[in-house]
Design a protein around this ligand. Structure first.
Ligand code: ADP
Ligand code: 5GP
Length: 191
């Protein structure tokens, strides 16, 4: 069986990464999602083990010492990391694995795994990113402003990625994301 491919999806908070990834996972059976660990508290509706593995900072730091992360980073005051073990299992079994991670983590993965496919997702503008974060209403005012400030740096790094999906019209962007994922699992050029 051919090994799966590692896929990084990155981009500003509120761009629509999670929404587009959910649609791609539903449409493309050869894909798996890497559940990250985080010290951020769960949002209403988030399930431990499905959306994230929710850890205390102490537990997270122990996982770092034990070398359990493929990459980890601090974002908006919380730690986020990709457990390496499960990713390897998926790749070995022939599934391609999506990592939904922020920019510092994306750069670490690109260094460690130059064969990873790097996909950047953004909303058409910063104003629209703000509207979406306001609409999602999962962050405090302060946390939202911090995420929007980080978004400016993230958009400046978009040339570091192989593909860019501008999530303007949802149906169009969803189709584009699905097509990219289909090409990746078929072993072709993603974009
Ligand atoms: P991210 O994972 O990048 O932080 P989400 O997937 O949570 O972003 O999307 C942020 C918000 O924007 C959600 O409320 C989502 O329903 C909404 N959204 C996603 N895509 C679009 C789109 N194309 N147009 C308008 N709203 C969108
Ligand atoms: P959120 O708090 O909105 O779920 O995620 C905040 C940011 O952390 C997003 O950009 C998301 O992609 C990123 N993130 C989620 N999991 C990981 C991870 O395992 N590693 C890194 N580096 N970033 C992550």
């Amino acid at each position: 069986m051919r090994r799966g491919r590692l896929i990084v999806v990155s981009g500003p908070s509120g761009a629509g990464k999670s929404t587009l990834i959910r649609a791609a996972l539903d449409a493309v059976p050869q894909l798996a999602y890497s559940v990250s660990a985080t010290t951020r508290p769960p949002r209403p509706g988030e399930v431990n083990g499905r959306d994230y593995i929710f850890l205390s900072r102490e537990e997270f730091e122990r996982w770092i010492r034990e070398g359990r992360f493929l990459e980890w980073a601090e974002y908006s005051g919380n730690l986020y990391g990709t457990p390496a073990h499960r990713v390897e299992e998926y790749l070995e079994s022939g599934l391609s694995v999506i990592l939904e991670i922020e920019l510092q983590g994306a750069r670490k993965v690109r260094q460690k795994r130059p064969d990873a496919v790097m996909i950047f997702v953004r909303a058409p503008s910063l104003e629209e990113t703000r509207r979406r974060l306001e609409g999602r209403a999962t962050e405090s005012e302060d946390a939202m402003e911090q995420r929007l400030a980080t978004a400016v740096e993230e958009v400046a790094a978009r040339d570091e990625f192989d593909c860019e999906v501008v999530n303007d019209d949802y149906e169009r962007a969803k189709q584009e994301m699905i097509e990219i994922m289909r090409r990746i699992v078929a072993g072709g050029e993603p974009c």
